[in-house]
Write a protein that binds this ligand. Structure first.
Ligand code: NDP
Length: 254
């Protein structure tokens, strides 16, 4: 049965930023498909715990602050100490800070790069060793349409640069490890309604442009990303690697 190929029964999945927004929807989808899910973020979210429990998802929480240089390695180590294996890594945690480039301090640039790029690479690097030992694994990185086009009207040079790096990191690593039964893909969402995008959605100077730039005329919901995440993390995508799957209501058609 083709649907069986979407099942993840007994697989161990780590979702960074799994406490809210897109990461939580992905954690729920992977869990509903049978994975045991570890959600990582700086702080626990009672609403996330409630939602996953109601969905019947077996999950646990790991506290991590990915602005710290050693955090991603420690996160993978902690995951392995709790579960003994790591089948699926979803690098979803990310931050967005807007501003004109002239006003961007080194500290803000570095913070964005540390969370959005450095931590993603560090987590991939740390996960590859156990995946190799296990004979395979899957990594999914969350990029953005901002790694493909330069959004308007807001300026966000660091965020855009960081997401382009995630896309190229995905392709480079996928090529490097493909022969070892490890697949690495990315999803590039357009505007999705979460805490991260809330400021823009509520901003009357921004949102009309966001909507008019999106052929579907609306923002997406986290669940509209989660289905594709499940596909890419499952055996249904067994011949897909190095792909950056755009989910954007048509934004990048224009
Ligand atoms: P949210 O702000 O809703 O959630 C972010 C998640 O990341 C939270 O779980 C948060 O948990 C965690 N996180 C943030 N900073 C850190 C940190 N320093 N260390 C550890 N965890 C952290 O974001 P979204 O769900 O919207 O975004 C998820 C991903 O999707 C990001 O990579 C984002 O760039 C990308 N994306 C989002 C789009 C959108 O329109 N929403 C569009 C395109 C891409 P906590 O605060 O507890 O640490």
């Amino acid at each position: 049965m083709i649907f069986d190929r979407f099942r993840l029964d007994g697989q161990m999945a780590l979702v960074t930023g799994g406490t809210r927004g897109i990461g939580l929807a992905i954690a729920e989808a992977l869990g509903e498909a049978g994975a045991i899910v570890l959600i990582a973020g700086r702080s626990r979210n009672a609403a996330a715990a409630d939602r996953l429990a109601k969905a019947g998802v077996e999950y646990d929480f790991i506290a991590v602050d990915l602005t710290k240089d050693d955090a991603a390695d420690a996160l993978v180590t902690e995951t392995l100490s709790r579960t003994g294996r790591l089948d699926i890594l979803v690098n979803n945690a990310g931050i967005a800070i807007h501003g004109d480039s002239g006003e961007f301090s080194d500290a803000v640039w570095r913070e964005i790069m540390t969370v959005n790029v450095d931590a993603v690479f560090r987590a991939c690097r740390a996960a590859l060793a156990p995946m190799r030992r296990q004979g395979g694994g899957v990594i999914l990185n969350i990029g953005s349409i901002s790694g493909i086009v330069s959004n308007i009207p807001q300026n966000q040079v660091a965020y855009n640069t960081s997401k382009a790096a995630v896309h190229m990191m995905t392709k480079s690593l996928a090529s490097e490890v493909a022969a070892e039964n490890i697949r690495i893909n990315a999803i590039a969402p357009g505007y999705i309604e979460t805490d991260l995008s809330r400021g823009g959605i509520d901003n009357p100077d921004w949102f009309p442009t966001w909507r008019s730039m999106t052929p579907m005329g609306r923002v997406g919901q986290p669940e509209e990303v989660a289905g594709a995440a499940l596909f890419l993390c499952s055996a249904a995508a067994s011949y897909v690697t190095g792909e950056v799957l755009v989910i954007d209501g048509g934004y990048t058609t224009r």
